[in-house]
Design a protein around this ligand. Structure first.
Ligand code: COA
Length: 260
């Protein structure tokens, strides 16, 4: 699949999607948002893809936000459509049904941080810089940033980031629980690669059950969430992978999950 603003590459069952506008620090213009929607839709529908890594081209940026030049003159109606366009993408990434890893190699600001927050996990280089600087433009995060930061990092951190617009270091982002791991920049690929390989070898239906239980069940009350978990557990019991996983344990060998 050819894109104007993205690169995609497969290594086994790991698909890497790279936002490729390095001269604009990979800022998300409308076309890039649309291409990301197509790329993630294709990854979702392809059983040969078990994990997606999302990153930015060049040494400087993961994604430095929504493309400011595209919404500078927006009317309220344009802004509503732009926000919904971005939010739909983020929700599609979050509900991919397979693990996604944000490989944060540099600036992850505004829409870039929102993109990373929609992924299942975030691995940041120690050189990365993160933030929600929209307040400096007279706006607020509009691609889910107020809601996903709140859910991941809590109200205090969300208000601090969004109200001040401050750019923070990767280690501060780790303290705030915005990222899962921070590694020296020269170890970023090894860390992301090892995690992706682990997911690629895992049972895909069980991975999906975990994602659904946490992301969908977690938005309900506790009783409904527990019911969701029990039903997802029952679905896992219908898979060959569950038989393989339990049999491999008893036979003291590594399981080979076929994804059935
Ligand atoms: N939208 C559009 N263009 C952007 C952009 C964005 N969000 N972020 C960076 N760019 C462009 C710059 O305009 C510049 O383009 P030019 O060379 O045609 O002038 C190019 O990317 C390089 O950025 P530059 O600002 O020169 O790099 P820098 O190292 O001096 O600063 C940042 C890096 C990230 C601090 C700075 O680019 C910035 O503040 N970007 C905007 C971040 C933001 O507010 N994001 C939220 C948007 S909702």
């Amino acid at each position: 699949m050819a894109f104007r603003n993205l690169l995609t590459a497969d290594a086994g069952t790991v698909r890497t999607i790279t936002v490729n506008r390095p001269d604009k620090l990979n800022a998300l213009n409308r076309e890039t948002l649309s291409e990301l929607k197509v790329a993630f839709g294709a990854a979702r529908d392809d059983d040969g893809v078990r994990v997606v890594v999302l990153t930015g081209a060049g040494p400087k940026a993961f994604v430095a936000g929504a493309d400011i030049t595209e919404f500078a003159q927006a009317s309220p109606a344009d802004a509503l459509a732009f926000s919904r366009h971005g939010q739909e993408l983020m929700s599609a990434i979050e509900r991919l049904g397979k693990p996604s890893i944000a490989r944060i190699n540099g600036f992850a600001l505004g829409g870039g941080l929102e993109l990373a927050l929609a992924c299942s996990l975030r691995i940041a280089a120690d050189t990365a810089k993160l933030g929600l600087p929209e307040i400096n433009l007279g706006i607020l995060p509009g691609f889910g940033g107020t809601q996903r930061t709140l859910r991941l990092a809590g109200r205090a951190a969300t208000l601090e980031l969004a109200l001040t617009g401050a750019t923070i270091t990767a280690s501060r982002a780790l303290e705030l629980r915005l990222v899962n791991r921070v590694v020296p920049v020269d170890q970023l690929d090894a860390e992301v690669g090892a995690l992706a390989a682990q997911f690629a070898a895992s049972a895909p239906h069980a991975l999906r059950a975990i994602l659904d239980a946490v992301l969908i069940g977690g938005e309900c009350g506790l009783d409904a969430g527990l019911e969701f978990e029990s039903r997802a557990f029952a679905v896992c019991a219908s898979t060959e992978d569950m038989r393989e996983g339990t049999r491999a344990f008893m036979e003291k060998r590594k399981p080979q999950f076929a994804g059935r």
